[in-house]
Design a protein around this ligand. Structure first.
Ligand code: GDP
Length: 296
């Protein structure tokens, strides 16, 4: 179920509930079941949905609600708060400061949109007066360096990589050192993303992370990954200190549920979303407006 449909289903469920003359336990359960179904179809993990349902039932104690209170409003507010809570890990991610050079490392599976997102992230900051730089430490995928180079050139962002060197750790370290010397304040390291969660990928990621000591590790996730989101995000979190998530491909047929799972699995916030292939199709992620949109 795509995002717009999810919003529609949830508001329909709430509407149906408010049409009922008396909102009792049965009506509330029907409404919650409807919402549960919609969330599951949008790829929100089953465990999260169940937790949400239990929490809402705890908050909305129908017997305690004094007559005259707008029960529908109270339930709607409880659903809104729960969805916000699911997207808020409780602590903000590291935010780079212009006064000190920051190293930001990108991780994710091949095809997740990692390389594209590195440039989008650099471009976003460049427009705000930063001096970003891109390092291609992806020596696994043929063409990765060319892709980064092409994107970086288009956006006039300095880049570093090698056609000859096969050791990603060496490239990452050299790139970071060079750009620190050149007074770049945001050094972005793109790492290899293989087609599945291979042991070698995680080992390589760990080594690049140990050598470059990033201030922030961003996990890039394709929103169309579905129910696999939780396990994938957790696998990355277990290997490197993921501190933030960027969800890509939220345009088109994106399902929103993966974002909730990624937050739960990494205990890190979603900071941006990718909404297209172009450099500027990139938005700051804000929990409340996102949930408002979701609820229609
Ligand atoms: P990587 O293997 O993870 O580095 O992935 P790439 O950056 O090469 O991206 C894979 C494909 O996804 C490319 O065709 C990108 O243009 C596309 N892509 C990346 N981000 C987005 C997005 O937000 N929306 C859409 N529609 N496509 C995207």
């Amino acid at each position: 179920m795509v995002l717009a449909e999810l919003g529609g289903s949830i508001s329909r469920a709430l509407q149906q509930m408010s049409n009922a003359t008396i909102i009792d336990e049965k009506v509330l359960n029907e409404c919650l079941n409807e919402i549960t179904r919609a969330l599951l179809q949008s790829d929100v993990q089953f465990k999260l949905v169940r937790e949400m349902q239990t929490n809402i039932k705890k908050i909305v104690n129908l017997d305690d609600l004094a007559a005259g209170h707008n029960k529908r409003k109270i339930i709607q507010q409880a659903i809104f708060n729960e969805l916000c809570k699911m997207l808020d890990p409780g602590k903000p991610s590291f935010t780079p400061k212009k006064s000190k050079p920051s190293v930001v490392m990108f991780v994710g599976l091949q095809g997740s949109g990692k390389t594209t997102t590195c440039t989008k992230y650099a471009y976003y900051h460049q427009k705000k007066g930063w001096k970003p730089a891109l390092v291609c430490a992806d020596t696994f995928r043929a063409g990765a360096f060319d892709q980064l180079k092409q994107n970086a050139t288009k956006a006039k962002i300095p880049f570093y990589g090698s056609y000859m060197e096969s050791d990603p750790v060496k490239i990452a370290v050299e790139g970071v050192e060079r750009f620190k010397k050149e007074n770049c304040d945001l050094i972005i390291v793109d790492t290899s993303g293989r087609h599945k969660q291979e042991v070698a990928l995680f080992e390589e990621m760990r080594q690049v992370s140990e050598a470059t000591k990033p201030d922030l590790v961003i996990f890039v996730m394709d929103s169309s990954i579905g129910q696999a989101a939780f396990d994938q995000a957790q696998a990355f979190k277990q290997s490197v200190a993921v501190g933030a998530v960027i969800v890509t491909k939220m345009d088109g047929h994106a399902k929103g549920g993966g974002a909730l799972s990624a937050v739960a699995a990494t205990k890190s916030p979603v900071i941006f979303i990718g909404t297209g292939e172009h450099m500027d199709e990139f938005e700051v992620f804000d929990v409340k407006p996102f949930v408002s949109r979701l609820l229609g």
